[in-house]
Write a protein that binds this ligand. Structure first.
Ligand code: NAD
Ligand code: GLY
Length: 361
């Protein structure tokens, strides 16, 4: 079973990936008490097993069960968490555990970063998206009605436990949403992986266990390397911001249509096509490269056209992006397949042309 490491000095941590980890993956983890944060969909599937695992290592546990969905990644859910942590007299030695997808992970992580100024945090991701992306790297937070993930903190977990068996219960649409973030790694920095994905996408869509494990491991390896190089996304060029390929357009879609209407991975997929289209307008990608991106996403059963919000609404929503510095938006674009850059010089006209081209169907 692969164990990767996110190298962050004294805050380094392992990512365990494999089958059956919910039952036996905690063998050596030093914790006496946990508060497991999960949701109404995941709790009936996996909560009992995880609580039993913590009991086996001598850790007592309580569970906080939130309503399910992106629309609940907000202050109300955080308030539920803080109320319960206080009511149960959880102290600074209580570890907060996220059991679920990226929504639970981001909420629980932000609670861990802020409760009593910070408590230990463990990620137990149960969606493909959270196993390949959101559980690694320490970005936590909630949405604001005006923008995705606008309130948050960096707070690294102490351990990531990705039990690949949990994917057996994941709906097909959610599996595809996770594949968008997998494909992202190939596009931004790993051409051989992109080529492997092109050859193996049907195996992934049909849930071939070996192919999924390989894709999760390779994705986490890519993410761990990027995070280790630019943990707080402060690099002037490139760095961690590159993990946001497609996200500026995608976040505009998610906010514009209302949280939970499009899945995050679906919005990222359409956003990556828009980023590829703009990269082609800048003369970096060939038309055939953009077609390769579209074809792979179609085979992953993902959307390749954005929501029809109108270009002015897109530009307004995109102006809130966290990559805006001094009023200038830095888009993540593709110099070539397998190599992304941050680009501060796209004009509103170029962006309008892309939006009109890619949101027309
Ligand atoms: P999600 O957390 O909403 O989970 C998707 C759905 O699957 C939910 O209904 C959930 O209850 C259900 N589910 C979870 N595990 C299941 C399982 N094993 N079986 C059956 N159902 C299961 O969505 P997601 O795609 O995991 O995460 C998206 C969120 O992650 C977005 O809010 C996005 O902004 C965030 N994100 C964060 C980062 C980061 O670095 N922190 C990175 C990427 C995405
Ligand atoms: N998902 C983008 C990041 O973690 O930086």
């Amino acid at each position: 079973m692969p164990i990767l490491n996110v190298e962050l000095g004294s805050r380094s941590y392992p990512i365990h990936i494999g089958s059956g980890l919910l039952g036996h993956g905690l063998a050596k983890f030093p914790v006496k008490r946990v508060a497991i944060i999960t949701n109404e969909a995941v709790a009936p599937l996996y909560l009992e097993r995880l609580l039993a695992s913590f009991e086996k290592i001598g850790a007592g546990g309580t569970a906080i069960i939130l309503p399910d969905g992106e629309a609940h990644k907000n202050w109300d859910s955080l308030q539920i968490i803080y109320d319960r942590l206080l009511a149960e007299k959880c102290d600074r030695s209580t570890a907060i555990v996220a059991l679920g997808g990226g929504v639970v992970g981001d909420l629980a992580g932000f609670a861990a970063a802020t409760y009593q100024r910070g408590v230990p945090f463990i990620q137990v991701p149960t969606t493909l998206l959270s196993q390949v992306d959101s559980s690694v790297g320490g970005k936590t937070g909630i949405n604001h009605p005006r923008g995705k993930n606008m309130i948050g903190a960096f707070w690294q977990p102490r351990l990531v436990l990705a039990d690949t068996d949990t994917l057996n219960t994941l709906p097909d649409r959610e599996l595809s949403a996770g594949l968008a973030e997998v494909i992202k790694y190939g596009l931004i920095r790993d051409l051989p992986f992109l080529e492997w994905l092109e050859a193996n996408i049907d195996r992934l869509v049909s849930r071939d266990a070996a192919a999924l494990s390989y894709a999760i491991e390779r994705s986490c390896r890519n993410k761990a390397e990027v995070v280790a190089g630019d943990e707080l996304e402060t690099a002037a060029e490139g760095g961690r911001a590159l993990l946001n390929l497609g996200h500026t357009f995608g976040h505009a879609i998610e906010t514009g249509v209302g949280y939970g209407t499009w899945l995050h991975g679906e919005a990222v997929a359409a956003g990556m096509v828009m980023a590829a289209d703009l990269s082609q307008r800048l003369g970096w990608l060939a038309v055939s490269d953009v077609e390769r991106v579209r074809e792979l996403l179609i085979k992953a059963r993902l959307p390749i056209s954005g929501a029809k919000l109108g270009s002015e609404r897109y530009l307004e929503l995109m102006s809130h992006d966290k990559k805006v510095i001094a009023g200038r938006l830095r888009l993540v674009l593709l110099k070539r397949l397998g190599e992304a850059v941050t680009w501060p010089a796209a004009t509103p006209e170029q962006m309008r042309a892309t939006i009109e081209q890619c949101c027309a169907d």
